[in-house]
Write a protein that binds this ligand. Structure first.
Ligand code: EPU
Length: 347
């Protein structure tokens, strides 16, 4: 028997890293696949709108939710396979991402070190294909298992089925992250045995240089990434935020060339498809928003791409600031910024 507990009128304010206030009519903490199956089979829950919550670190809560929130708390991590080229490690969707990365390193399986200290859970990582310092999680992804909450069946998604893109996957493309279609149960990563340090990213190279590390180990890289993140990015426990608030915009090569001619300092990154990614943080800073507040929210003084809650903000305050920043960047540079976090409930 499972002992599934359902909380009513649940507080979501302490379950999102922007600390925005909201309540859910019902909230179920899911600790096992059995609990998830029991919930799906329960006729009292049928027809209720659903939403799956992980660490709440990529979320703008816009108001109360009259449905059922599933808090994914499935735990466990283990090495689950090996072939000639790689080790495979699997973690429950509710595991804390950074703790999991540290665990892989302690177990002697490098490969995820560039993604150290990213907030959130293992289960949320593939949904927006988290990335940092020259690595995206899709490059270390084997497959994930998700419970189809409509059909009650477990489904395996390999990398192709996930349709990964920059901060994007099939879960976002199909709107499943908003409709609560799937509960990701566990994620399996492929960590190649032939390891090479990824130190292309200028900040990482500079950090290792400053520490006098010439031949970095994976643990050295994790330490460097952790130090950079601590310096530049606000700790959500101290200053509520959701990481980068906008995606770095990807524009046509001609538009990037025009902008670079006008603004030679604009950071640009050539993409494999010929388009060019621009640094949203730079655009926002140039538009005058770095360190500037609007009501109880503002753009962070050390990294203009991070929207922070200075205290007491609601979802509407976040939306108003995001819209103002977006309008100014559009007017000044002709570039449209798209938010990275999910607005929920959608309005
Ligand atoms: N920049 C500015 N002003 C700012 C912020 C940035 O001029 O206020 C410039 C920097 O000087 C640099 C460039 O913009 O030349 C890029 O900045 P940074 O290296 O800090 O990275 P980012 O592009 O702002 C992205 C990811 C982060 C990830 C870092 C490191 C996105 C939306 N953000 O930020 O991911 O940690 O690279 O790889 O892709 C997240 O997605 O939540 C996130 C934090």
């Amino acid at each position: 028997m499972t002992t599934l507990r359902i909380e009513t009128d649940a507080d979501l304010g302490r379950r999102n890293t922007l600390a925005l206030p909201a309540r859910a009519a019902q909230l179920a903490t899911i600790r096992s696949l059995d609990e998830a199956r029991a919930l799906v089979a329960d006729p009292r829950r049928r027809g209720l709108p659903r939403f799956v919550l992980g660490g709440g670190s990529n979320l703008v809560l816009c108001g109360d939710f009259a449905g059922l929130v599933l808090q994914a708390a499935l735990s466990g991590r283990a090495r689950t396979g090996e072939d000639a080229e790689a080790f495979y490690v699997t973690a429950g969707a509710g595991e804390n991402w950074h703790d999991f990365v540290q665990w892989t390193l302690a177990a002697g399986h490098p490969g995820l070190e560039n993604l150290a200290l990213i907030p959130g859970t293992v289960g949320a990582a593939p949904i927006q294909n988290i990335g940092a310092y020259g690595l995206e999680v899709c490059e270390r992804f084997a497959h994930l298992d998700a419970l189809d909450l409509d059909a009650g069946e477990l489904r395996r998604f390999d990398a192709a089925a996930c349709r990964f893109g920059y901060r994007d996957s099939v879960f976002k493309q199909e709107g499943w992250h908003l409709s609560g279609r799937y509960l990701i149960v566990a994620v399996t990563f492929r960590l190649p045995k032939a390891w090479a340090p990824l130190t292309r990213y200028a900040d990482v190279a500079a950090e290792l240089d400053a520490a006098g590390v010439a031949r970095p180990t994976a643990v050295d890289i994790a330490a460097a990434v952790t130090a950079i993140r601590r310096r530049k990015l606000p700790d959500p426990a101290a200053i509520p935020n959701a990481g980068s608030f906008f995606q770095n915009p990807v524009v046509a090569a001609e538009q990037a060339a025009r902008l670079q001619a006008a603004y030679p300092a604009l950071p640009t990154y050539a993409q494999a498809d010929g388009r060019v990614k621009l640094a949203a943080g730079w655009l926002i800073e140039q538009a005058g928003w770095k360190g500037r507040n609007r009501g109880p929210v503002g753009m962070f003084e050390k990294q203009a791409l991070i929207l922070v809650n200075r205290g007491g903000a609601r979802g509407a305050d976040v939306r108003a600031l995001a819209d103002a920043v977006r309008a100014d960047v559009q007017a000044r540079f002709g570039v449209a910024l798209a938010p990275e976090p999910i607005y929920f409930p959608a309005t």
